[in-house]
Design a protein around this ligand. Structure first.
Ligand code: MG
Ligand code: MG
Length: 260
């Protein structure tokens, strides 16, 4: 069942997503050689609670962390650990969920640790651009396929591939609500978008093959060819006035954190 949110509910979701955005921005500033994904996770959990939220991923189907921290060939759902340290040339995707007053926020970003390979930099740029193009489709009367196609066409024109196994989703008082938002598909098909829908749109883009596999820990998704993968996500409300990116960083902090 697709649940459309009231204005009041959207405002609560905005608060949850602003905590996500704030903490993700702070995490980005902490990514440097030698930091472990376990440290990033502890920091995130502490800050989410300080800001009045609950980490949404911790304990979700048994996931042990507050942040999904995925390095290099890891696509999504990397388990944070003190043994996993960030090294120069790495990319790390950080995906954070927060619950406030019964509603969820969900956003992710990928950052690179210098020195960055030019092709990896291009992978990150194209993935983030594909998310922006998808957000541009989040308008009343458009269809899910328009969002999917916006991602896929941009990614594949750049010579990269989109992951099939994981998709974006509706979000609200449940973390993963109805409406799946694939990052591949044809324009003009699928569910029509209505005011009050909130969608977590999350392109996962691989440099090589689109195929992924799950590691023995039961969580970490990696590219089958072990080439790098990037992930960006925003929670977006469909409104009569156009897309409202609930997890967009506030302009005043965007500059300070380097997270956009
Ligand atoms: Mg997420
Ligand atoms: Mg999500």
């Amino acid at each position: 069942m697709i649940i459309c949110k009231s204005r009041t509910e959207l405002e609560i979701m905005h608060r949850a997503n602003q905590v996500v955005s704030q903490v993700l921005g702070e995490l980005v500033q902490r990514v440097q050689p030698g930091v472990s994904t376990g440290e990033l996770d502890e920091y995130a959990e502490g800050r989410v609670r300080e800001l009045g939220g609950d980490p949404a991923f911790k304990g979700y189907r048994g996931f042990p962390g507050s942040v999904c921290a995925s390095l290099n060939e890891e696509v999504v759902h990397g388990i944070p650990a003190h043994e996993r340290k960030v090294a120069p040339g790495d990319i790390i995707s950080m995906d954070l969920g927060v619950k406030i007053e019964g509603f969820y926020g969900d956003s992710a970003t990928t950052v690179a640790v210098p020195p960055v390979d030019a092709e990896i930099e291009r992978l990150l740029r194209i993935t983030e651009e594909s998310l922006q193009r998808a957000i541009d489709q989040c308008r009343v009367g458009k269809r899910v396929g328009d969002i999917s196609h916006a991602v896929q066409s941009h990614v594949e024109a750049a010579g990269f591939s989109v992951v099939r196994e994981f998709v974006g989703h509706g979000i609200g008082s449940v973390l993963h609500e109805d409406l799946q938002i694939p990052n591949f598909g044809r324009p003009g098909v699928g569910q029509r978008l209505r005011g009050g829908m909130v969608l977590a749109i999350e392109p996962m883009v691989n440099m090589g093959t689109h195929e992924v596999e799950i590691l023995g820990d039961g969580w970490t998704a990696v590219t089958k060819d072990r080439r790098p993968s990037a992930h960006f996500e925003h929670s977006v409300a469909i409104t009569e006035e156009g897309p409202w990116v609930l997890s967009a960083p506030q302009t005043h902090m965007r500059k300070a954190s380097g997270y956009a």
